[in-house]
Write a protein that binds this ligand. Structure first.
Ligand SMILES: N[C@@H](CCC(=O)N[C@@H](CS)C(=O)NCC(=O)O)C(=O)O
Length: 203
């Protein structure tokens, strides 16, 4: 088993943090996205979307999509339960993870991909005006997240879950995307300080 990734990229980091929280070690194989090593025919046979990360099992099965990879490891090792516990708990984790992926993270990635010169080769055409729309939507989207985190230790309740991991990676990726974190988000700031201090955040 191995995970194909690029260490600097945000989606592979979601999987690395997840594995660190579980205490699971998996070998990693690095590929270079700037050299378009993920757009070869061989790589597209593994992942037709031409993206990282991909989990390659020993029998040749390839699992792409960060959340699908995380779910695989949750099945192998259920504790700690990072996808929630019980019908309501699991649904709430799914709800928050999707809200964050589609409502926050996607805007941050959109801003980065459409405004950063390092993305010119991968995101063609780059549409800077769309990147600027994403920049303001990302900042706005953090406000309801902040409100939730004023009352809740983690985004989906009292335990860290995959939804917190998605949010941490999204918030950290605001830096390369050059999106300012709005001032006065005390719930988000408190949560960020706590989650960033966990050893897994360095993964
Ligand atoms: N939904 C996918 C997204 C994966 C993704 O977008 N990966 C980026 C790196 S963070 C990538 O491989 N980009 C390659 C490209 O844009 O050509 C997941 O969660 O794994």
């Amino acid at each position: 088993m191995r995970i194909i990734e690029q260490a600097r990229a945000p989606n592979p980091r979601r999987v690395r943090i997840f594995l660190a929280e579980k205490g699971i070690q998996v070998p990693f194989q690095q590929i270079d996205l700037t050299q378009l090593q993920h757009r070869t025919e061989d790589y597209r046979r593994i992942n037709p979307a031409a993206q990282v990360p991909v989990l390659l099992l020993d029998d040749g099965t390839a699992i792409s999509e960060s959340v699908a990879i995380c779910r695989y490891f949750e099945e192998l090792q259920p504790e700690p339960a990072l996808f929630g516990a019980g019908a309501v708990g699991r649904a709430q984790v799914e709800m928050w993870n999707r809200r964050i992926e589609h409502g926050v993270y996607a805007h941050i990635l959109g801003c980065f991909r459409h405004t950063h010169k390092a993305m010119a080769a991968l995101e063609s055409p780059q549409v800077p005006a769309w990147g600027e729309v994403c920049r303001s939507r990302a900042a706005e989207a953090l406000k309801p997240i902040d409100r939730e985190l004023r009352d809740s230790q983690f985004i989906a309740g009292s335990a860290l879950t995959v939804a917190d991991i998605t949010l941490l990676v999204a918030v950290d990726f605001m830096k390369p995307a050059r999106i300012d974190r709005p001032a006065g988000l005390s719930g988000l700031d408190r949560w960020y300080a706590e989650v960033s201090a966990r050893p897994s955040a360095a993964a």
